[in-house]
Design a protein around this ligand. Structure first.
Ligand SMILES: Nc1ncnc2c1ncn2[C@@H]1O[C@H](COP(=O)(O)OP(=O)(O)OP(=O)(O)O)[C@@H](O)[C@H]1O
Ligand SMILES: [Mg+2]
Length: 170
């Protein structure tokens, strides 16, 4: 299977605190990878580098064959303009621990918002896609429910059977 996320020799410090010290990680298409460990060594920082929310000091990250946050010219990397980074981010999904759902929108409307606002998809087409996604994670019957009416796992869109993980995170 092809490599989807390719992290090469990534270094990152905050001031004098060295957080990522040469991380190499390849995640293949369809593979589930869980950075696991005590609080504070840099799991979230690593995840944030994947869509360039965090700039790396050294190393490089590619997603689906595309270098993220930079363009290569010879052996130098030049940071991309924000507009280009934002375009790259539209292709990299990200679920936050504390959901960040719109509380006044239904489950369906929450899923529809990004494809319509960011990718300029027609609303009806986005709604059809959103219904398929809700169905995939066992939430078809909750399409019109508001986030406050859903359990923690369901707010994360965890597939049935994995929702206990989401519940524990509350
Ligand atoms: N923006 C920042 N400025 C300064 N230090 C930071 C910043 N972000 C993270 N850190 C520090 O970097 C280290 C790694 O933080 P990070 O949040 O990546 O840890 P983590 O492994 O995700 O921890 P947890 O398991 O608690 O979520 C910590 O020492 C943290 O204090
Ligand atoms: Mg963390």
């Amino acid at each position: 299977m092809s490599v989807m996320v390719d992290i090469k020799s990534v270094h990152k410090s905050f001031g004098s605190t060295k957080v990522l010290k040469g991380i190499d990680l390849q995640v293949r298409t369809g593979q589930v990878t869980v950075p696991l460990g005590p609080s504070g060594p840099g799991k979230s920082t690593l995840r944030r580098t994947v869509n360039h929310l965090e700039k790396v000091d050294r190393g490089a990250i590619s997603v689906d064959g595309t270098l993220i946050g930079y363009r290569r010219s010879g052996d130098r990397l030049h940071e991309l303009p924000e507009r280009e980074v934002l375009r790259q981010r539209t292709r990299i999904g990200f679920v936050l621990r504390n959901f960040n759902l719109f509380p006044h929108l239904t489950a369906l409307e929450n899923v529809v918002e990004a494809p319509v606002s960011v990718r300029r998809r027609p609303r009806a087409e986005a709604a059809a896609g959103a219904r398929r996604l809700l169905e995939r994670v066992g939430l078809a019957d909750k399409a019109d429910a508001c986030p406050a009416q859903l359990s923690g796992g369901r707010q994360l869109g965890a597939p049935p059977g994995r929702q206990a993980l989401g519940e524990r995170r509350r």
